[in-house]
Design a protein around this ligand. Structure first.
Ligand code: FES
Ligand code: FES
Length: 173
């Protein structure tokens, strides 16, 4: 093959879109290694491939917060993140928060923060991320942090009560 042909082939290979790739994800402390297609969102992989159904595709367009997960300490919308970009990331989902016995879970039950419950895991994840970075969050700060999470059932007044109680418990109260 001529030098020119080889260069053209290399160029073509480099320009070809990546259609799938292996990723290594740490989810709730467990390591998963899998091949993902370039179009798969993180929400799809968590929900449909790993069986972690807490992160829901409610709007599937970054508007409701139902797909929230914590990635490397920050809350993100997993429907807006391609799984192929998450190689090496540390992810926490509602399942991990529940399994760890976080006081948010008990408080959410106590204050009946859910009706249909579809949006609830997203609220819990966002609230957990808030308390991780601000254990003394005020009611206003809680409302602000949860402002991106939408609930069709209108459970909004209950969430700050539950988050404030969980914060108190975390501080030994
Ligand atoms: S499903 Fe991701 S923001 Fe609504
Ligand atoms: S509890 Fe039904 S959508 Fe929020």
């Amino acid at each position: 093959m001529s030098k020119e042909g080889s260069t053209a082939l290399e160029y073509a290979k480099a320009a070809a879109p990546v259609t799938e790739a292996p990723v290594r994800l740490t989810v709730n402390g467990e390591v998963y290694e899998l091949w993902v297609k370039s179009r798969w969102t993180l929400q799809y992989v968590l929900h449909d491939k790993l069986g972690l159904i807490g992160a829901k595709a409610f709007c599937d367009r970054g508007e409701c917060g139902a797909c929230s997960v914590i990635m490397d300490g920050r809350p993100i919308l997993s429907c807006m993140m391609l799984a192929i970009e998450c190689d090496g990331k540390n992810i926490e989902t509602a399942e991990g928060i529940a399994k760890a016995g976080h006081p948010l879970i008990e408080a959410y039950v106590k204050y009946s923060c859910m009706q249909c419950g579809f949006c609830t895991p997203g609220f819990v994840v966002t609230a957990k991320a808030l308390l991780d970075r601000n254990p003394n969050a005020t009611e206003e700060e809680i409302k602000e942090a949860l402002a991106g999470n939408l609930c069709r059932c209108g459970t909004y007044p209950q969430h700050p009560k539950a988050v404030l109680e969980a914060a108190k418990k975390l501080q030994g109260g």
